[in-house]
Design a protein around this ligand. Structure first.
Ligand code: 9MR
Length: 365
């Protein structure tokens, strides 16, 4: 067959375009699909915890994240030990990477966190000083980090996990050295309010959250969290919302989840399901198999959470649902508990699980 010259040029051009597109494809993220996604289905923002190394390390990770989510929470890159490993020496490289990636892909950044009793550098753990010196290191850390990310992040978990599970009192290293808080020990009970004030002074536009787990248990833990955030709000402390982490398992009580969401909504504050994952192996069974029954039960729980969040929390208070990572291979649970588990929405090959479709149903039906 003879191809006329003009058509031949077009043909060569077409081949070149296709070759170029092929070459680009190797370097870019997987193309978004036309299927509904979490972000295209949810009436609020859908978030995931993310790690800077994970984003850098895998096109599948990047592609799934960009396609499915429109909000990210920093996994560990903005925690105290990562950001200020030595006093006055700040390491923002990994946090900056996450913020730049999220900004490039039009995602909200929820920053996690300023003040926690864990993830502390040794210089803080071993710090010797009077209450003024403690206040100074506490204030300097919050102000420096908040100022660095001013205008770049939408919100912060200001204080994380300050309340004890057993009696609802504030964690205090004086009282329970094992999992007590060095902050309460040196700064007094009102350190939480001051953390919010320092953050607000440095970045007045950022929304500020108190974040904790175990709220679905009810009891003293939930009572104390409700009392704490209500008191902060009533005192005019700049708190915008509460993070309900929801590291739960398939046996978590639906009634407990509903009751906690109702009580949080009644505070008038924004409610963020901030670290959702659903373990299927809470009893550490070493021989567990992820059967289709377990997959269905997990999917139903994800669905229930999304439905209940939509039905219970008024739209204006829905800060969104954030899963703690999205692919089973990146979950903290197997390493932390030394067990097999499959707590997230995508399997280790980034394939959508029944859990994903359960959540998707709960976001719309
Ligand atoms: O998933 C996080 C893991 O990568 C970190 O090593 C760890 C310590 O910084 O923290 C994990 O995230 C926790 C979060 O910050 C607070 N709630 C519980 C999360 C799971 O342990």
């Amino acid at each position: 067959m003879i191809i006329p010259l003009r058509n031949c040029c077009c043909f060569v051009l077409l081949i070149n375009v296709l070759l170029f597109a092929g070459a680009c494809k190797k370097k870019s993220n997987p193309a978004p699909t036309a299927d509904p996604t979490l972000q295209s289905t949810a009436p609020f923002l859908m978030g995931s915890a993310v790690g800077s190394d994970a984003i850098k390390g895998s096109y599948n990770y990047q592609g799934t994240l960009i396609n499915e989510y429109n909000s990210v929470t920093s996994d560990y890159q903005l925690k105290f030990d990562w950001v200020e490993p030595q006093q006055g020496v700040f390491n923002y490289a990994d946090g900056d990477y996450i913020v730049a990636f999220a900004t490039q892909h039009h995602m909200r950044v929820h920053a996690h966190n300023f003040i926690w009793h864990q993830a502390l550098p040794n210089w803080v753990i071993n710090f010797q000083g009077d209450s003024l010196a403690w206040e100074n290191l506490f204030k300097t850390h919050i102000e420096s980090e908040a100022t660095h990310y001013k205008g770049q992040v939408a919100s912060w978990d200001v204080v994380n996990e300050a309340i004890r599970d057993d009696d609802g009192t504030l964690r205090n290293k004086d009282v329970n050295p094992g999992d007590g808080s060095i902050w309460r020990q040196h700064l007094g009970a009102d350190y939480i309010a001051r953390a919010f004030q320092y953050a607000h002074e440095a970045d007045p536009n950022a929304l500020l959250f108190y974040n904790d787990y175990g709220q679905e248990w009810g009891g003293v833990k939930l009572d104390s969290i409700i009392a704490l955030v209500t008191s902060l709000k009533n005192r005019g402390i700049p708190i915008s919302g509460v993070g309900m982490q929801m590291h739960i398992d398939i046996n978590a009580s639906n009634a407990g989840i509903t009751a906690a969401l109702k009580r949080l909504a009644a505070t008038g504050l924004k409610v963020h399901i901030s670290e959702l994952d659903i373990s299927v192996n809470p009893n550490n069974d070493p021989n567990i198999v992820f059967t289709s029954d377990l997959q269905t039960t997990q999917a139903a729980k994800y669905r229930f959470i999304a439905e209940t969040y939509r039905a219970t929390v008024p739209a204006a208070q829905q800060y969104g649902i954030t899963t703690w990572e999205f692919c089973d291979a990146d979950s903290w649970i197997p390493a932390f508990f030394h067990r097999k588990d499959w707590p997230l929405l995508f399997d280790s090959d980034y394939k959508k699980k029944a859990a994903y479709f359960g959540l998707l149903k709960g976001l719309k039906d």
